[in-house]
Design a protein around this ligand. Structure first.
Ligand code: NAD
Length: 499
């Protein structure tokens, strides 16, 4: 059985804790590898070595660091297919979708080529007589990224890009469910010129995460995953004096106004609801048609589209719409929630419960499901299902629709489909959700804007990538400087204006 270890000091090393987790092929259900789960001692050694490597890296000029990012862009493009294959085989998503996963991470590395511009700081000439004032952005030292299974290329790259290009060393703790791609990315970083020890990929579970939280050396933790763990990490990081940004789960609503183009809205819902088997934090899981006529028009369009979706392994070709979910436990949880939907009175309009794929009976495939007449008290509405299940909640008017999204505990993404500019503008202004689409179902901001949810979808006050990525992984120091020729007074005991 293949054993997957860690990336420490510029090379792959075997784990020595004696603990392992299974890495599955989700399409067949077979265990394809075992990944080592680091002990606290292994983690501490990786952190100590990163701290040593950070000193020279932090002192390297920003343009040289940016050149590593530039080389990395070329190498990721060179290995795009290899990365996407490894990603699909452990995660289960289709090959085009896996390439998209790598691509959206790559775009953040492209943005980080501009790190010197982001780190330039501020300068005020003659802030007082003979006095100059300047602020600089300095790296934090050793920082950590803890990432989820559902984007094993994109989210590690979102963390690595700003952290490394601003001069930090990073401990990356990827998901133990699909650990190969982060290790491949670390090897590409080395090939791009990143010094050994600056990026350490430590595979592990709660023990490694707690080790990161307990380490006095680690200065910041960037986390993405489920809400209970996000909240746990945020609280523990605060208790140990670390900076933390922790992004959690989601329940994204799409509101469909009566004036929307119904064909376009139905296509958007199918793509955003079922792409990647619904395992996206920006997936639309709740459709809110406004008015009974809208609901009926939408429903009649959605049913045939959802029934036609092609489910299969990533090896079956590019016309597969979505693959299996990540583990047998994820599949069981999705099907359990579907049962609660039926028991609690929602109408299961498209029933994927009996879906079986010939030749892949042990794979973690889940059929597509559509519920209608879902109400806010039902578990399928309150809970993040993270599977191919779309719920329709009918609203009588726009106020009822917007208030559903406002009242939900999650606030990652949302969308409105309408032809009316006033309604769209009102929605964008009033909604308490971090990322908003207007006739765009999955409004994931590009690399030079920032990505982050509100409410229980995000803890901490800085977002991922864009300028916030650099703000999070650096701290500001402000210097007030006066040279001897400008000193014309004796001791001053009071605060006073500089002029
Ligand atoms: P998860 O919370 O199970 O795992 C995320 C990370 O936390 C992994 O590295 C895992 O090893 C670690 N972890 C798991 N249990 C832990 C514990 N008890 N203590 C300490 N660490 C622990 O999440 P997942 O299943 O890998 O990912 C899916 C979740 O991530 C979904 O809820 C999804 O919405 C969310 N997500 C959010 C965003 C966002 O930007 N808001 C993006 C992608 C995914």
């Amino acid at each position: 059985m293949k054993e997957i270890g860690h990336w420490i000091d510029g090379k792959l090393v075997a784990g020595n804790s004696g603990r392992f987790a299974n890495v599955f092929n989700p399409a067949t259900g077979e265990v394809q590898a075992k990944v080592a789960l680091a002990s606290t001692e292994e983690l501490d050694a990786a952190i100590a070595s990163a701290a040593k490597a950070q000193v020279a890296w932090g002192a390297t000029n920003p343009q040289r660091r940016a050149r590593v990012m530039m080389a990395l862009v070329g190498l990721i493009n060179r290995d795009m297919d290899k990365l996407a294959e490894a990603l699909s085989s452990e995660h289960g998503k289709t090959f085009p979708d896996a390439k998209g996963d790598v691509q959206r991470g790559l775009e953040v590395i492209e943005f980080c080529i501009g790190a010197p511009q982001m780190l330039k700081g501020e300068f005020t000439d003659s802030a007082g007589p003979g006095i100059d004032m300047y602020s600089m952005r300095q790296p934090l030292g050793v920082v950590a990224g803890i990432t989820p299974f559902n984007f094993p290329a994109m989210i590690p790259l979102w963390k690595m890009g700003p952290a490394l290009s601003s001069g930090n060393a990073m401990i990356l703790k990827p998901s133990e469910r699909d650990p190969s791609v982060p290790l491949m990315l670390a090897a590409l970083c080395k090939e791009a010129g990143l010094p050994d020890g600056v990026l350490q990929v430590v595979n592990g579970d709660k023990e490694a995460v707690d080790g990161i939280l307990n380490s006095p050396v680690v200065q910041a933790v960037g986390f993405v995953g489920s809400t209970p763990i996000a909240q746990y990490i945020y609280e523990r990081a605060a208790a140990t004096g670390k900076r933390a940004q922790c992004f959690g789960g989601a329940k994204n609503h799409m509101i469909i106004m009566p004036d929307a183009d119904m064909d376009q809205a139905a296509d958007a819902l199918v793509g955003a609801g079922f792409g990647a088997a619904g395992e996206r934090c920006m997936a639309i899981s709740v459709a809110v048609p406004v008015g009974e006529g809208t609901a009926e028009a939408l429903r009649e369009r959605l049913i045939p589209k959802i029934e036609k979706l092609k489910i299969g392994p990533w090896t079956a070709g590019d016309d597969v719409d979505f693959g299996p979910v990540v583990t047998a436990a994820a599949k069981a949880n999705i099907l359990r929630l579907v049962e609660t939907g039926v028991q609690q009175g929602a109408e299961l309009v498209v029933d994927g419960r009996d879906f079986r794929l010939q030749g892949y009976e042990d794979g973690f495939f889940v059929g597509a499901h559509l519920f209608d007449h879902v109400t806010p008290d039902m578990d399928i509405y309150k809970t993040e299902i993270f599977g191919p299940v779309l719920s329709m909640v009918r609203a009588q008017d726009y106020e009822e629709a917007i208030n559903l999204a406002i009242s939900h505990e999650y606030g990652n993404g949302t969308a409105i489909f309408t032809r009316d500019g006033d309604t769209a503008r009102d929605f964008a202004n009033r909604i308490n959700i971090g990322m908003v689409g207007i006739n765009v179902p999955i409004p994931v901001p590009l690399a030079y804007h920032t990505f982050g949810g509100w409410k229980k979808s995000g803890f901490g006050d800085l977002n991922q990538h864009g300028p916030d990525g650099f703000r999070f992984y650096t701290r500001t120091k402000t210097i007030t400087a006066r040279w001897p020729s400008g000193i014309k007074e004796g001791a001053a005991l009071n605060f006073k204006a500089m002029d």
